[in-house]
Write a protein that binds this ligand. Structure first.
Ligand SMILES: [Ca+2]
Ligand SMILES: [Ca+2]
Length: 489
């Protein structure tokens, strides 16, 4: 009995549906109904895929996206005949509202809306680094960039042959700031290699350079500049320190003032291969200052003492039984180094011998550290005759090392401390001269962890540079170009 009643009701319901509500045939004098099954799906942090079911009688569709002002504007044209569309170039982690209308000759439907939020980039805090051109032409073999701490915004670029160029208001000045090409040797790893402005440059106009002279020896020299016309006097040279170079390679080149106002000068092991005289580990005095090879030097340029155009700071470490210019040792070719302007840590990119490139970190500047060469190359034992098994806890191991699969000549860079790109904060950027991969190191659970920021970023990337605001630049020696590192929004 109950089954009969239910069946009857179902039958009646079916009759009512088909008899009392017949579908309306499409009429040329009516606008089409709204499209159905409108979906909006984020397919990446910057793209949304849209699709909808065809609306009966529609000849085309209008797809719109709501702008920040609340109005809808058409995207993909207002004459879409397809029923799908991919909206690209969007911003990560942002809500978007779309509307689609069906259109025929009589008009358009009222439209149907969907909202979608694009996801954040990978972890939400990961930068998306890109290189933005700063100088594309006019430079010859640039290998460093720095600033004068004078609030001007000017950038100074070192050219290998022996010139310093000035970028003023974003424009490269044709007249060099300094030209000492007549003094330099210019072979493969030789030339004008480093520049550091005195912390009081604004008042004293002094700056320091590191170059190889016509004999191939390392010269640390002071020059003075006219602050008003921004031109240095090539005749103002005062040689601060010279170091005999036994071989033409491994001259390192960077120098810089630390947060303590002292001048730090990392030097290479003198050259050849495998440091045949073991300069990097030897601390006893040698003629021609060769005991300074393979070391980080720390000197006070704000004074002189007997026989020196500088002073040895009293708080330098006692190494090998005496206090000298030597601040740290055990380096092979620390071509590029830098200070973390926030912590005072000294970052060193030390070029490897045959198997490993390394990034070493001198916490708080790294007083008295032995970075290992040539007992070790990177994380591996290198010369067992010096320390069998190289098992010494007194060696400071690199925070990162990589092998020949990733490159063959590390270009040390900078810890980013600028303000423009917060997601780049706390990342140390560096590259490899051979492969041009732009990497960063970030401390993750106590380990400096590498990330590829830009694969194959360029050729001959010999150096980074930092401006007064802490923004970073990367320099192509072979291409003569300079780019700024930026985080894409
Ligand atoms: Ca050398
Ligand atoms: Ca080392």
């Amino acid at each position: 009995m109950r089954y009969l009643v239910v069946s009857l009701l179902l039958a009646l319901a079916g009759c009512q549906d088909s008899n009392l509500n017949p579908p309306n045939p499409p009429s040329p004098t009516q606008a089409p109904p709204n499209p159905t099954q409108f979906s909006a799906t984020a397919t990446s942090p910057t793209s949304v895929s849209l699709s909808w079911s065809a609306s009966e009688g529609a000849t085309r569709y209008s797809l719109e996206r709501r702008t920040s002002s609340g109005n809808f504007t058409a995207i993909g044209g207002s004459n879409l005949t397809a029923t799908s569309y991919s909206d690209t170039g969007l911003t990560a982690n942002t809500a978007y509202t779309y509307r689609v209308k069906a259109i025929n000759n009589s008009g358009s439907s009222s439209g149907v809306e969907r909202s979608v939020t694009t996801p954040g980039t990978s972890s939400g805090s990961e930068p998306r680094v890109r290189l933005v051109a700063v100088v594309s032409s006019g430079l010859t073999q640039p290998l460093y960039l720095t600033h004068a701490r004078d609030g001007s915004g000017d950038l100074y670029v070192v050219e290998k042959a022996g010139r310093i160029r000035l970028i003023e208001g974003g424009t490269l000045r044709s007249q060099p700031f300094l030209d000492i090409t007549s003094k330099t040797s210019k072979g493969g790893e030789q030339g004008l290699l480093g520049l550091a402005f005195h912390p009081d440059y604004r008042s004293n106009g002094l700056f320091y350079v590191n170059y190889t002279n016509s004999s191939g020896d390392t010269i640390i020299a002071r020059y003075s500049a006219n602050r008003s016309n921004k031109v240095a006097d090539p005749g103002s040279e005062q040689i601060v320190l010279s170091v005999d170079q036994p071989y033409d390679n491994h001259n390192a080149g960077w120098l810089g003032f630390g947060p303590d106002g002292m001048l730090y000068i990392p030097l290479g092991d003198g050259g050849s291969g495998g440091d045949p005289q073991n300069y990097a580990q030897r601390l006893e005095a040698q003629s021609g200052n060769r005991h300074l090879l393979g070391k980080v030097l720390r000197i006070d340029v704000n004074g002189t003492e007997q026989g020196r155009n500088y002073r040895i700071p009293a708080d330098n470490p006692s190494l090998g039984g005496r206090v000298s210019e030597i601040w740290a040792y055990g380096l092979r070719n620390p071509w590029r180094a830098s200070f973390d302007r926030q912590t005072g840590d000294l970052w060193i990119g030390d070029v490897g011998q045959g198997s490993q490139e390394e990034i070493s970190l001198g916490t708080g500047g790294g007083k008295g550290l032995n970075y290992g060469w040539k007992i070790m190359e990177g994380t591996a034992c290198y010369d067992n005759s010096i320390a069998p098994g190289c098992s010494s806890n007194s060696l400071t191991r690199p925070v990162h090392a990589y092998g020949r699969g990733d490159g063959y000549s590390v270009t040390g860079g900078y810890m980013y401390r600028g303000s423009r790109f917060p997601r780049m904060q706390g990342r140390y950027f560096f590259t490899d001269f051979g492969t041009g991969n732009l990497w960063s190191l970030r401390l993750v659970n106590g380990t400096w962890t590498r990330k590829t920021e830009v694969a194959s970023a360029g050729n001959g990337l010999a150096s980074f540079g930092e401006d007064e605001q802490g923004e970073l630049y990367i320099i192509s020696l072979s291409g003569g170009q300079i780019w700024r590192l930026e985080d894409q929004p």
